[in-house]
Ligand binder design. Structure first.
Ligand code: FES
Ligand SMILES: [Fe+2]
Length: 427
C-alpha cells in the first residue's frame, strides 16, 4: 500500500508536481503523423496542459498553447500558414516556438515601432519518428528521442492505435509489470466470456523482475513452460517510464491529466517471407473505441480492451492506501521505488533513469526481445498458417477492438493473408 501523500506524489502530473516534473524529462508519443493527412490541427491535453498540435503548410509540426495570447481564442481553429499557425479571431500568427510573429492590425497601427516585442505563448519541441509525433514538455537541454530497435526493422506493417482511457496513467503503467494478470484477465476471463466452463489455464509458478537501463523485465514460468521458455529467459519489458514493450509492439501510457491517459500502441507485424520485399508507404493511425456504441457497455473482447477495463475499474486514481500488495506485485513495488528515487534525482538537478544524450548510443537502442529472429528474418507463410496461435495474429487484429476496414485491408494486402471479421476473441 501507499499512503495518500505518496500516492499523490506518484500519480499527479500537472505543471510543478513532482511526477509532472519527472514525466516532462521524457519524449512522449502524442499523435500519429498520418492523422495530419486529413486535419491541420489537433487539440491535445498533455500532463494537464491544454495544447494544440498542428502541421503548417510547409509540413512542419508545432505544439503550442491551446489559447491565443491575445484574447484566448481556441487555436484548434487556427489557420495553418507557411510558417506557423494563425489565430482565426484577429489573425495573430505564431511560430512553432510559440512566438507571435505577426499581429495584422497592430503591425499597421504601430508601424512606427518596428522593434517592439510581440507576445509569446507556450511552444514545445516536436519530432517525428516511426509514424508518431513526439513531444517534449520539459526543460532544456532536450534529451534525444530514443531510436528503439524495432524502428529500424524492415519488411513490416506498422499500425498506430490511439485511445483515451479515463483513469490515471500510473495504474496503466503498473500493468506493464504485472505478469499474473495475463493468466486471469486475458486467458481465464476470455474463456468465461466465450461461455466456456471447466478448468482454468496453466498457472504461473514463478515470476521474477530485473532492472536494466531502460526499464524492468518481468519473466514468468507457467505450469506448462519449458525451462528455456523465452518468456523466462528473455521476458517482457516494462519500458521506462511509461510503456510496455513486448517485442512486436509498444504500448505507451501518456498522461493526459491526473484522471485520463492516452493509450498509444505502435504495432509491428513482420510480413511473411513470400511478401518480401515490403516497404510500407504509409503508417495508418486509428482510434479504438472503449464502449459499445449501441449499449454503452465497456468493450471486453480484445486484449487491450480487457486491460482498459481492469485499469478503469481501479478508479480514476487508484487509492493505493486501500490495496494489499502480494507476491506477484514485487515488480510494481520496484517501479514505485524507482519513480520516487527518480523524482528525487530530478529535484537534485540530475537526469532520471534512461535519458539518452549520446547520439552514438541512440543509433539503435536494443531491448530484450522474445523471437527477435522471427521479427527480423520472418517466416514462410505456411509456417505461420500452420501455427494455431501465430495464425490468429495474421488473420485478425487481436489487440484492440475497432480496427477500420481500410487498415484491415492494407494489412491483408501487406501480409498476403485473408483476414477474418472482428469477433469476440480474447487471445
Ligand atoms: S484572440 Fe487570437 S488574435 Fe485575437
Ligand atoms: Fe494485459
Amino acid at each position: 500500500m501507499l499512503n495518500h501523500d505518496r500516492n499523490d506524489r506518484l500519480t499527479r502530473v500537472g505543471p510543478g508536481t513532482p511526477m509532472g516534473n519527472l514525466m516532462r524529462r521524457y519524449w512522449l508519443p502524442v499523435a500519429g503523423v498520418s492523422e495530419f493527412e486529413t486535419r491541420a490541427t489537433k487539440p491535445l491535453r498533455l500532463l494537464g496542459e491544454d495544447l494544440v498540435l498542428y502541421k503548417d503548410l510547409s509540413g512542419n509540426f508545432g505544439l503550442i498553447d491551446r489559447h491565443c495570447a491575445h484574447r484566448r481564442a481556441d487555436m484548434a481553429f487556427g489557420i495553418p500558414e507557411a510558417c506557423g499557425l494563425r489565430c482565426n479571431y484577429h489573425g495573430w500568427l505564431y511560430d512553432a516556438g510559440g512566438q507571435c510573429i505577426e499581429q495584422p492590425y497592430d503591425d499597421l497601427a504601430m508601424a512606427d515601432q518596428p522593434g517592439r516585442r510581440r507576445p509569446r505563448m507556450k511552444g514545445y519541441p516536436v519530432e517525428l519518428k516511426a509514424g508518431l509525433v513526439w513531444a517534449y514538455l520539459g526543460p532544456e537541454p532536450v534529451p534525444l528521442l530514443p531510436h528503439w530497435e524495432p524502428f529500424t526493422w524492415g519488411n513490416g506493417f506498422v499500425q498506430i492505435v490511439l485511445s483515451e482511457v479515463p483513469c490515471n496513467w500510473l495504474q496503466c503503467q503498473e500493468n506493464s509489470i504485472d505478469p499474473v494478470h495475463f493468466e486471469w484477465t486475458h486467458l481465464n476471463w476470455s474463456s468465461r466470456l466465450r461461455g466456456e466452463q471447466g478448468g482454468y489455464s496453466p498457472r504461473h509458478l514463478k515470476v521474477e523482475f530485473d532492472e536494466f537501463e531502460h526499464g524492468f523485465v518481468y519473466r514468468r514460468i507457467l505450469q506448462n513452460s519449458l525451462p528455456d521458455d523465452p518468456l523466462w529467459t528473455f521476458g517482457r519489458v516494462c519500458l521506462w517510464p511509461n510503456a510496455l514493450f513486448t517485442g512486436d509492439h509498444f504500448e505507451w501510457r501518456v498522461p493526459i491529466d491526473d484522471e485520463n491517459t492516452l493509450s498509444v500502441t505502435w504495432h509491428f507485424t513482420r510480413v511473411p517471407r513470400e511478401a518480401e520485399p515490403y516497404v510500407q508507404d504509409r503508417i495508418p493511425t486509428w482510434e479504438g473505441p472503449l464502449r459499445d456504441p449501441r449499449t454503452g457497455d465497456w468493450i471486453t473482447t480484445h486484449v487491450m480492451n480487457q486491460d482498459f477495463v481492469a485499469w478503469i475499474g481501479q478508479g480514476r486514481i487508484a487509492d493505493r492506501a486501500q490495496e494489499n500488495l502480494s507476491q506477484s506485485d514485487r515488480g510494481i513495488a520496484m517501479i514505485r521505488r524507482r519513480f520516487l528515487a527518480d523524482i528525487e534525482a530530478v529535484e537534485r538537478g540530475e537526469d532520471p533513469k534512461g535519458i539518452l544524450r549520446d547520439p552514438a548510443a541512440n543509433a539503435c537502442v536494443t531491448l530484450p526481445i522474445v523471437a527477435r529472429e522471427m521479427l527480423i528474418d520472418g517466416l514462410p507463410k505456411a509456417t505461420i498458417l500452420a501455427d494455431p496461435l501465430l495464425s490468429r495474429f495474421y488473420t485478425r487484429y487481436l489487440f484492440q477492438f475497432g480496427q477500420p476496414p481500410a487498415v484491415r485491408d492494407a494489412f491483408a494486402a501487406a501480409v498476403g493473408i485473408e483476414m477474418v471479421a472482428d469477433e469476440p476473441l480474447g487471445i
